[in-house]
Design a protein around this ligand. Structure first.
Ligand code: NDP
Length: 588
């Protein structure tokens, strides 16, 4: 049993001071050596123990968790950063301060590496956690109805288990910087009472400053202005899709990446749409407006490079919606679902066109826009095969809706608007959760229909460049073999030379009945099971909402039938694969 004392609730301390003292006592009694690496506060007191768990699908939450740790250390905490999947290795009786940073993906789901933690929290683990102080930073996308659901659920459950909120949860949208920074500053202020604080942050960086410690290198806060080297359509004539292969030069950037990482691209908006909006606002484009991150620029430049001019935020929707005959009726709380459906096929331009009486001034309008967010794409090259370059495999989004042709902001930026002299601002987003096995001898099974093939092209190039001898099996699917077989020559070449041990394709529209990758998995169940028995890693990339779910079910069926484990045994086996990092997904 653990007898670490707690400062009583009625002791003459503020909550923050009580929190600090509880951490201090726990640290003392745990008898741990805490000096190494941690910046001991000026006061000479022991650093405040702090556990930071992240649940991250694309790496953003992980990066934020690491940033919290850096800032916490500067304030006299001793942080440990762990992925939520490692919760089993934590002695919860000793933890006093927990911060959770988690994204949400798909339809309100936990990221893969937070699922087990979530199950554990719901189960009997759920012994009282009343000595634990906590706070949650939730990441999400407000375009989805289950906005920040993973963070909300964890926050509620920790509260229900008796843990005390050090600071209220923050829910962050795609443009998370300001909300995340506010949460980090406040939560660390709550954890570290003024006298316990360590070195003060510098005026330019640290807790009060920029996104990350000032750096001379290129990164998300300072994207590298890259050049586009190649832009090629991967579909043949007659295809219903437009998927493109892009090659981007990283020369002169000192940016590096690994197979499995993603590239962040900072797009600019379609100039025709920018001009249409300027005209509707009654401006000439040259008037000064505030930039979302501070400073001033021209209306034209703000709309072209700094603001999201397609998806309206809540306040803009209210302001314009009040003057829009159709939207006005949908603004009441009981019609949320209808409003969401309306927004699905409409954009800001439709609101402006339908609300000429709103009378928003350019500066006011820009102030209500969300920041233009970078887009992340799974990289489809290996730096070992294409030094100084990064390749992307991108579905170009164009579709008609309500009488207008709509364009995906970033995919059409890359496809149409980048010329020889155009800079493409990029940064590397490391995806630590999506990696080839450490040993080149380990077999890999890759399921990547559509653009999901991207990281597997990178994996195959990487394994060939490193001389990895492990077997490689790829499942690829698209609409029609005649014109949607991406990288056909390359893949069939690798198959012919034996680098690709198996290549199974599922062309869904080549026959009357749909055939998908999961059908091919089912057909090859015995062989797939024997690969798994030999230690194969299983990877999935592509559509999260349907494909990844169906492939997951197919994998369960393989273990249940070909593996003879039955449904419950299969669930346990696959949970084990995930824990061992032998089942990894990059889904969107
Ligand atoms: P898709 O995932 O759309 O299509 C690739 C192949 O998967 C097609 O043959 C498709 O068949 C098939 N497929 C459809 N449903 C399933 C399923 N349940 N299980 C397995 N296979 C299935 O490829 P993309 O790379 O184009 O898109 C990937 C992701 O990007 C998706 O999340 C999609 O929603 C999203 N996206 C797609 C856009 C687009 O225009 N396609 C635009 C923007 C985003 P079939 O189509 O014949 O049913």
């Amino acid at each position: 049993m653990d007898f670490t004392p707690l400062i009583p609730e009625n002791a003459p301390f503020t909550p923050a001071q009580r929190q600090w003292l509880n951490g201090y006592l726990a640290g003392l009694l745990a008898g741990e050596t805490r000096a190494s690496g941690a910046a001991t506060p000026d006061s000479g007191r022991a650093p405040i123990p702090l556990l930071i768990l992240f649940g991250s699908q694309t790496g953003t939450a992980e990066q934020l968790a690491r940033r919290v740790a850096t800032e916490a250390r500067a304030r006299g905490c001793e942080p440990r950063v762990m992925e939520a999947a490692a919760h089993g290795s934590i002695d919860w009786t000793r933890e006093t301060n927990l911060l959770v940073v988690t994204s949400t993906y798909g339809d309100g789901e936990m990221p893969d590496n937070a699922r087990d933690f979530w199950l554990w929290l719901q189960g009997d683990a759920a012994r009282p956690l009343d000595r634990l102080g906590f706070s949650v930073l939730a990441l999400g996308d407000s375009n989805y109805p289950e906005f920040c659901a993973a963070g909300r659920n964890i926050d509620e459950r920790l509260g229900a288990l008796g843990a005390r909120r050090i600071h209220p949860r923050a829910d962050c949208d795609v443009d998370y910087e300001a909300a995340a920074k506010g949460w980090i500053d406040s939560v660390l202020a709550a954890l570290t009472p003024p006298n316990a604080a360590g070195p003060k942050p510098s005026p330019t960086g640290g807790p009060g400053g920029a996104a990350s410690p000032p750096s001379t290198g290129f990164g998300k806060a300072r994207p590298f202005p890259a050049r586009l080297l190649a832009n090629r359509r991967l579909n043949g004539e007659g295809s219903e899709k437009e998927t493109r292969h892009f090659e981007i030069s990283l020369e002169g950037s000192s940016l590096s990446y690994e197979a499995g990482d993603a590239l962040g691209v900072v797009p600019s908006n379609c100039p025709a749409l920018v001009e249409e909006i300027i005209a509707l606002l009654g401006g000439d484009g040259e008037e000064g407006v505030p930039m979302p991150g501070g400073g001033e620029t021209s209306l034209r430049r703000a709309l072209a490079t700094a603001c999201d001019i397609t998806r309206p935020g809540g306040e803009l929707l209210q302001r314009l919606g009040a003057h829009h005959p159709e939207v006005r009726t949908l603004l009441s709380p009981d019609r949320k679902e209808e409003l969401r459906r309306w927004l699905w096929g409409h954009e800001i331009i439709d609101l402006l066109l339908g609300a000429p009486g709103a009378g928003l001034k350019p500066a006011e309008f820009v102030g209500l826009l969300k920041k233009l967010a970078p887009r992340l794409y799974s990289i489809s090259s290996s730096p070992k095969a294409h030094a100084g370059e990064v390749h992307l495999t991108v579905n170009v989004v164009r579709h008609p809706s309500h009488g207008r042709s709509r364009k995906g902001v970033c995919s059409t930026f890359l496809a149409d608007r980048v010329g020889p002299a155009t800079e493409v601002p990029v940064f590397v987003q490391a995806s630590h959760g999506f990696r080839l096995p450490a040993s080149g001898e380990t077999p890999v099974i890759m399921v990547g229909p559509g653009t999901g093939v991207a990281p597997f092209r990178a994996f195959l190039h990487e394994r060939r460049a490193t001389g990895a001898t492990g077997r490689n099996w790829l499942f690829f699917g698209e609409q029609r073999s005649a014109h949607d077989f991406y990288y056909r020559e390359e893949l069939e070449g690798m198959r012919a030379e034996g680098h690709l041990t198996r290549l199974d394709t599922a062309f869904s529209r080549d026959q009357a009945a749909k055939v998908y990758v999961q059908h091919r998995i089912a057909e090859r169940a015995d062989e797939l099971w024997s690969w798994l028995q030999e230690g194969a890693h299983f990877y999935v990339c592509g559509d999260a909402s349907r494909m990844a779910r169906d492939v997951d079910a197919a994998l369960h069926a393989v273990a249940a039938t070909a593996g003879g484990l039955g449904p419950e045994g299969a669930a346990e086996y696959i949970a084990g694969l995930k824990t061992a990092k032998r089942y990894q997904r990059d889904v969107y």
